[in-house]
Design a binder for this molecule. Structure first.
Ligand SMILES: [Zn+2]
Length: 224
């Protein structure tokens, strides 16, 4: 690709991406045809096609042959991050997840709203299933952790954590990531964490999150 061609392609990707993130085309809606977009953007159809392909790689668009191209995600980051994380060892991924959960717990205890703490408590009380992120019977097992991260009210932290959760779900379906705790132990850990957050004690919340994330999910040792 020539430098000029690649500049034009990048600019086209940027414009389409902006249209998606700005909500011009809602999630799961169909975007205009290649010809319409080419006219609108003043570029060739091949440039539009190339841009659409790039955004499909990012998981934002999905071309459905014969039916058009659909918006599948308003955010390119998650798919990219999850793919990037997957290039690393499971233990490294778990270690970074632990760091994110510790910071999330710290921030949640600092400024978690009462209403969100209540949601975390409700998730805790409803939790009776497994911790295996691949099986989502009843309440989603990852829900307590997802809500915990939401409490931190930091979108970057949430994106990173969600991406790692996606990667870990893949590891779980492959049997590489398993729960390292019985349900009772998990519930006890969650209760300690929840109370530290509800009490507005960041240090205690961070310590509880660190302990818990250190053994709730573990790498399955390869059998030999
Ligand atoms: Zn947990």
């Amino acid at each position: 690709m020539t430098a000029m061609g690649s500049d034009r392609a990048r600019e086209t990707v940027r414009r389409l991406q902006r249209d998606i993130t700005s909500g011009r085309w809602p999630l799961n809606s169909r975007i205009p045809t290649e010809a319409e977009l080419a006219t609108e953007l003043g570029v060739g159809r091949s440039t539009v096609r190339e841009a659409v392909r790039s955004l499909a790689h990012l998981g934002m668009l999905e071309p459905a042959p014969g039916r058009g191209t659909f918006v599948r995600s308003l955010n390119p980051v998650r798919g990219v991050l999850a793919d990037f994380a997957a290039e690393h060892s499971w233990s490294d991924i778990l270690a970074v997840r632990q760091a994110l959960e510790v910071q999330a717990a710290f921030l949640a205890a600092q400024h978690g709203s009462e209403e969100r703490v209540q949601r975390l408590r409700a998730a805790h009380e409803a939790d009776a299933g497994g911790h295996d992120p691949a099986t989502e019977r009843g309440q989603s097992p990852g829900q307590f952790h997802a809500l915990l991260v939401e409490l931190a009210d930091n979108r970057l932290l949430t994106e990173l954590h969600t991406a790692l959760s996606t990667t870990l779900r893949v590891g779980s379906t492959r049997g590489r990531i398993v729960s390292g705790q019985e349900a009772d132990a998990r519930r006890r850990d969650h209760a300690v964490l929840l109370e530290a957050i509800a009490a507005g004690n960041p240090a205690a919340a961070a310590a509880a999150a660190s302990t818990h994330a250190g053994h709730d999910l573990v790498v399955q040792k390869a059998e030999d």
